[in-house]
Design a protein around this ligand. Sequence first.
Ligand SMILES: [Mn+2]
Length: 232
Amino acid sequence: MIYVTADLHGDYTKYTVLLEKINLSSKDALVILGDVIDRGSQGIKILMDIMGRDNVFMLLGNHEQIALACLEVLGQEITEESIANLEAATTDMLVEWLYNLGGQATLDGFSKLSQPDKEAVLAYLEELPLYEEFEINGQTYLLVHGGLENFAPDKEMDDYTADELIWHRIDYGRRYFDDKMIMTGHTPTRNIDGHHVDRIYQNNGHIAMDCGAGFGGVLGCICLNTGEEFYV
Ligand SMILES: [Mn+2]
């Protein structure tokens, strides 16, 4: 069975309860549509767990992208000279991550890791894919964290920039493909016009998965083989 979830945002308890609830076995796979870290306090713990399993996979979310960039800056040796040489764009990025995107909790967790674990986390984040596409029961699914900014029907997925795929909010009122379902996180489903509840949103070629776990909502998950939905 293939399960999909999204936007865990540091909630390790919801994550482990979900694994029990779907009874994830070695024959199953769980795909997380990014934003495992930030806001909640245990994002690094979730990341380490995912890295230790061979049946849990994740895409790059905008939170992982900015965290990786910031951790690489913060990992450099800090001297008076290196601080003076930080460009304004870099300090803006650090402030954005730590104060607006809930990155402080992730930085705290990361700081407590051993040096080899720190290196393993950074290497893992660097390799995360921007999208996945697969077919189940004759239905093709395109999985991406955010959206398809500057969409064109014949544009190859590899021709989108990372920002177009992970920071953009997809238009749930628009049908992008006739033959493909797009699965996204990033936009809490409570913010989708006409939906307004913390439940998975399915309409018009879209499956929106972010049920607001990072904002006091719930963690949603769907089994693509059966269509069954799970909530924690
Ligand atoms: Mn996001």
